[in-house]
Design a protein around this ligand. Structure first.
Ligand code: NI
Length: 143
């Protein structure tokens, strides 16, 4: 049996967001989210880590098609979110734009689109101090 290995590719985009939910009163939003609840929003330079696990192809020594993976992530994630306001993206109409939810949304957008191997984990670096990781299930994406 060929060994099972993982590769992590890193991507980047810049986006604005505001942490706020209509499900809670304004004062509670302010208490929970603090300055991230600022009505004008704010921006981050997000770094996204996409980890794919797969069996090593003994002929090529590779576990996935990195060029295709890069193109898929560029098309489905980077182009969609770069220089956008996340709160206005359809994926976040019922979700706050936290790093947790962003990792979950990215998982759902990519899980069925990995060229070979399978999606193992999504990482979202939001700030120097905030790093989120998400492992979802392998069923069909909900988005
Ligand atoms: Ni923020």
């Amino acid at each position: 049996m060929p060994p099972v290995m993982s590769i992590t590719r890193t991507y980047a985009f810049c986006a604005a967001h505001r942490l706020h939910t209509e499900q809670l009163p304004d004062d509670v939003n302010q208490t929970i989210f603090g300055k991230c609840n600022n009505p004008n929003g704010h921006g981050h330079n997000y770094t996204i880590q996409v980890t794919v696990q797969g069996e090593l192809d003994t002929k090529t020594g590779l576990i996935t098609d990195v060029n295709r993976l890069d193109q898929i992530v560029q098309d489905l994630i980077v182009t969609r979110f770069d220089h956008q306001h996340l709160n206005f993206d359809p994926a976040f109409q019922a979700l706050t734009t936290t790093g947790e939810n962003l990792a979950s949304v990215i998982w759902d957008l990519l899980v069925d689109r990995i060229p070979s191997g399978r999606l193992e984990k999504i990482g979202v670096v939001e700030t120097r101090d905030n790093f989120f990781e998400f492992v979802g299930d392998q069923k069909s994406a909900i988005l």
